[in-house]
Design a protein around this ligand. Structure first.
Ligand SMILES: C[S@@+](CC[C@H](N)C(=O)[O-])C[C@H]1O[C@@H](n2cnc3c(N)ncnc32)[C@H](O)[C@@H]1O
Length: 209
């Protein structure tokens, strides 16, 4: 399977509509967390089993991973998890997806692809257009979590988010992790690798004000 796909290819211009939440979740009223670039979804499978009081949606640009993850959901009968295929930058261009923004409690961007070369920075998932859209639509108090081991990417994400006056960076000590989408501090696959290799992790949390 390809490790990297170009999100700007027109193959990814459309994103599958996420079905109405009452068709995918047993209890659509639970707080909703979106994980962007969820790869095979292992992180979300673990979260959804441990935290039945949350609903989780994973967005991933590699279609095969999404197909496999949704098959796994059916066989395991997870009632609070759904995966959607496509470029997360276009997720809310799809009019049907716009309505789910109201339900989002938090979004995570865990170890997004760094696209090191300057000419490829526009392929990075956090872009001003997406942040602008989120800043105008997410409900007050909702959170964006960013995490990476690449300093340059971290600076780029921080700069892009902080350019919106509607997102305020919050201190870790002010976060009630036991109430968050990840109370047990479960690690993503990339995070496990980074920790094993003693690399530095850069992370921030932003609140919609
Ligand atoms: C480095 S991996 C990290 C995977 C996982 N979040 C983790 O921490 O282990 C980045 C993932 O984001 C996906 N991805 C990259 N750009 C994307 C985009 N624009 N929309 C959705 N997924 C994207 C990649 O296919 C890949 O699975």
């Amino acid at each position: 399977m390809r490790q990297h796909v170009n999100p700007l290819s027109k193959n990814f211009f459309e994103i599958d509509p996420i079905p109405p939440l009452n068709q995918v979740f047993e209890n659509p009223k639970l707080p909703l967390h979106l994980d962007i670039g969820c790869a095979s979804g292992d992180f979300l499978f673990e979260l959804s089993l441990k935290n039945k009081n949350w609903n989780y949606v994973g967005i991933e640009i590699r279609e095969k991973l999404v197909l496999n993850a949704n098959l796994k959901i059916k066989s395991r009968e997870n009632k609070n998890l759904y995966f959607s295929f496509g470029n997360a930058n276009n997720i809310f261009n799809q009019s049907k997806n716009k309505s789910i923004i109201d339900f989002i409690t938090s979004i995570s961007f865990n170890f997004p692809d760094p696209w090191f070369k300057k000419k490829h920075h526009k392929r990075r998932v956090i872009q001003p257009k997406l942040i602008n859209l989120l800043s105008n639509s997410m409900k007050r108090g909702s959170l964006i979590y960013i995490k990476t081991d690449v300093r340059d990417l971290f600076d780029h994400m921080e700069l892009t988010i902080s350019e919106s006056i509607k997102f305020k960076k919050i201190l870790y000590q002010d976060i009630k992790f036991h109430e968050s989408f990840n109370p047990n501090r479960i690690q993503t696959n990339r995070e496990k690798y980074v920790i094993l290799n003693q690399l530095k992790i850069y992370e921030s949390i932003y609140k919609k004000i």
